[in-house]
Design a protein around this ligand. Structure first.
Ligand SMILES: C[S@@+](CC[C@H](N)C(=O)[O-])C[C@H]1O[C@@H](n2cnc3c(N)ncnc32)[C@H](O)[C@@H]1O
Length: 287
C-alpha cells in the first residue's frame, strides 16, 4: 500500500460513520449497500449446489448453521413464541432469517422493508410476506405499536449512523409495549474487527474489494447512544467475538474448538426491572 493509499484509507475510516467516502472523480467503486448480492446469479448458484437459496446464502456467504444459531438465541431471549402474531423485518435479503422465524412462531402477519427490489419481490413470492416501499430510513407503512417483533440482521453495519438512529426510532414506534426489537451490529470489540483493520483489502467481486463497501463496527456505548429512550436494553448476545475470520470455523478440529470457545462467552444480560413499562425490549446480537 502506498502512502497516498494509506492516507486515503485513514480519511475514509474517519468519514465512514458519517456515510461519506473520498474517491477520485469518475471512479465508481463504492458498492451501494441498498442492493444485495446478485439475484439471478445467486438463484442459479443455489440450484447448481442443490441447496435452497437461504441455505446457500447461509453456507456460501456465512457459515452453515449461523442463521439457525442466531434464531435459536432469539428464541432463548423470549422473542419467538406462539404469541408472536405480527413481525416486521428490515433488509431480509434472501429471507434466511424470515424463513426460520416464520417456522418458529407462525406469525399471522410478516412485513418487510427491503431496498433491493428483486430480493423484496422474491421474499414476497416465496414466503407470502408483505413487501413495503423501503425509503431507507423509516417504517412508514407500519402502524404504531402494532408488532410483537421487529428485527434487522446485518443491515445497520452498512447503513450510516444517522439512518440507523432513524430506523431505531421507527422500530421503537412500531413495536408493541413489551414486544422485542432485535438489532444486529458488528462488534467493534471483536477479533474480527481487529483483523479487518490490519489485513490488506480482500476482493468481494471482480472489480471491488471489501474496503469499497462501507461497514461500521460499533461498541456497546455507541449502540447505547443510538437507542431512543422508549427502548430498554434487555440483553446482548455475541457471536464471532473471538473468531477472527469465518473461514476458521470451516477448518476441521480448529473450527469445532473455536465454536466451543465462542459458546463459553456467555451472554452478558443487562435486564433492568421495568420501572415504567418499556415500549420495546431490544436484544442485540453483536456478530
Ligand atoms: C448484508 S445484507 C443482509 C441480508 C439479510 N438480513 C441476511 O442477513 O442475510 C443487507 C440487506 O439490507 C438491505 N438494505 C440495505 N440498506 C437498507 C436500508 N436502508 N433499508 C432496508 N434494507 C436495506 C440490503 O438490500 C440487503 O438485503
Amino acid at each position: 500500500m502506498t502512502v497516498g493509499q494509506a492516507l486515503l484509507r485513514g480519511v475514509n475510516r474517519a468519514l465512514g460513520p458519517l456515510g461519506f467516502r473520498l474517491g477520485r472523480s469518475g471512479y465508481v467503486a463504492f458498492e451501494d449497500y441498498r442492493g444485495f448480492i446478485p439475484f439471478a446469479r445467486t438463484l442459479a448458484e443455489a440450484q447448481a449446489a442443490g441447496l435452497s437459496v437461504t441455505d446457500y446464502v447461509d453456507s456460501h456467504y456465512n457459515v452453515a448453521g449461523a442463521t439457525q444459531a442466531t434464531v435459536d438465541r432469539m428464541a432463548e431471549m423470549g422473542a419467538l413464541h406462539a404469541g408472536v402474531e405480527r413481525v416486521c423485518e428490515l433488509g431480509p435479503g434472501s429471507g434466511r432469517y424470515l424463513e426460520k422465524v416464520q417456522k418458529a412462531c407462525r406469525p399471522t402477519a410478516y412485513e418487510v422493508y427491503e431496498t433491493a427490489l428483486d430480493w423484496r419481490d422474491y421474499v414476497v413470492r416465496t414466503f407470502g410476506v408483505v413487501g413495503h416501499d423501503a425509503d431507507g430510513v423509516s417504517l412508514k407503512q407500519t402502524a404504531d405499536g402494532s408488532c410483537d417483533l421487529v428485527h434487522a440482521h446485518k443491515v445497520f453495519p452498512g447503513v450510516p449512523f444517522l439512518s440507523t438512529c432513524r430506523y431505531l426510532v421507527e422500530m421503537a414506534r412500531v413495536v408493541r409495549p413489551g414486544g422485542h426489537v432485535i438489532a444486529e451490529f458488528y462488534n467493534a470489540r471483536s477479533l474480527r474487527h481487529l483483523v479487518k483493520r490490519i489485513k490488506p483489502p480482500t476482493a468481494v467481486s471482480h472489480t471491488t474489494h471489501d474496503e469499497h463497501v462501507f461497514t461500521r463496527y460499533d461498541d456497546a456505548s455507541a449502540i447505547r447512544r443510538y437507542l431512543p429512550p422508549e427502548l430498554d436494553w434487555v440483553a446482548t448476545r455475541g457471536i464471532r467475538v473471538i473468531t477472527p475470520l469465518a473461514g476458521v470455523l470451516r477448518v476441521p478440529l480448529l473450527g469445532a474448538a473455536v465454536r466451543w470457545a465462542e459458546q463459553q462467552d456467555k451472554p452478558r444480560s443487562r435486564v433492568r426491572p421495568s420501572r415504567d413499562l418499556p415500549r420495546g425490549q431490544p436484544g442485540q446480537p453483536a456478530c
